[in-house]
Design a protein around this ligand. Structure first.
Ligand code: DAH
Length: 341
């Protein structure tokens, strides 16, 4: 029996020391020391021994159990340490490797143009105001002297929210004139940039959503020459000194008189080319003297106060400045396009 134990010991210790992972160590514990294990098997035969031998063998068996358990434990520790060391080695961070590059975003070209315009007007003492894109038709049309029946109020042109056409997506930033006059103390010098909406099909020059900037001055003694001088200055700042302008008579319901401002084509100098579509001039904005009816409707006495206003499309400006030929590029936000600015 002693010999059997000796054999068991040699086999067990060797197997344990040769084992390569923690799982097989556990299997060995079961194999040698488990209830149905080899040592138990040997001890079952104790009955055959004489009463003198039994305690001796019992003691030997206990020693052997302890020795095997200790060996398993030692091996387990060694295996775990080796595993940790390997992991540390594999996960070493090489601080000398170059870092991962994250692409930097930047401002959209249209917002570059907008910021440039804001700077110009802030420099002249204007405030920047913001207002709703979902608007009462009263503000988008009626208070701007655009009565029921005017073509721009048609359902084919305007996005309405209600069957009675009371609420719409603003079709222009001009309702900001009304908001400003109703809420701000006089005198007023403001610009209001923002999104506007019209039922236009998408093509190279149209989109159902686009941007405008509204501007307005209300004070005592304001005249058309203030309008012309200010807008000429703005045009020079945007398009460069010496840019030739032309104020062409036009009609807007909310201004009287009204005009459109053209700049002489900077490409051909007025001779006519593809940039100006052969016209020699490029339309930049609409403007005029705020209609006395509009002033009065906002509680401002037109005999004491007067004002001028303008509205300008932002996309067209950005397209001109950055030589963008298709409006859709401005909204697609393809980084290959945006990265160029
Ligand atoms: N709201 C006009 C449009 O969308 C542009 C405009 C014209 C605005 C004359 C004005 C203005 O303030 O005085 O076509």
């Amino acid at each position: 029996m002693k010999e059997m134990m000796q054999k068991l010991r040699d086999a067990a210790l060797q197997a344990i020391l040769e084992s390569e992972d923690v799982d097989s160590l556990e299997a060995m514990r079961v194999k040698y020391l488990g209830k149905k294990g080899e040592l138990t098997g040997i001890l079952r035969q104790m009955g055959k021994l004489s009463p003198d031998e039994r305690p001796q063998m019992g003691q030997l068996a206990n020693q052997l159990r302890e020795e095997i358990e200790e060996t398993i434990e030692t091996r387990r520790r060694a295996l775990n340490e080796a595993k940790l060391e390997l992991q540390l080695l594999q996960e070493t961070v090489d601080v000398t490797l170059p870092g991962e590059k994250h692409p930097m975003g930047h401002k959209h070209p249209m917002y570059n143009v907008l910021d440039q315009i804001k700077d110009i007007f802030i420099g002249m003492g204007f405030e920047i105001v913001d207002g709703p894109e979902v608007e009462l038709s009263d503000y988008n049309f009626t208070k701007l002297n655009i009565d029921e029946g005017h073509p721009s109020r048609e359902w084919t042109d305007t996005f309405y929210f209600t069957d009675d056409s009371r609420i719409c997506l603003r079709t222009q930033t001009s309702p900001m004139q009304i908001h400003a006059m109703e809420t701000r103390p006089l005198p007023i010098r403001m610009i209001a940039p923002g999104r506007v909406y019209r039922k236009d099909e998408v093509d190279a020059t149209h989109s159902p959503m686009f941007h405008q900037i509204e501007g307005m001055v209300i004070d005592k003694g304001v005249t058309m020459s203030d309008l012309k001088a200010t807008l000429n200055l703005v045009v020079e700042k945007i398009y460069g000194k010496g840019t030739v302008t032309r104020f062409r008579p036009h009609h807007f319901p909310f201004t009287e008189p009204s005009c459109e401002l053209d700049i002489q084509c900077h490409k051909c100098g007025g001779k006519g080319c593809p940039t100006c579509k052969g016209e020699g001039w490029i339309e930049v904005l609409g403007a005029g003297m705020v209609h006395p009816k509009v002033l009065a409707g906002c509680g401002i006495d037109p005999d004491v106060y007067s004002g001028w206003a303008f509205g300008m499309g932002l996309e067209r400006l950005a397209m001109g400045e950055y030589k963008i030929t298709d409006l859709r590029l401005i909204f697609e936000n393809d980084v290959r396009f945006l990265e160029q600015f």
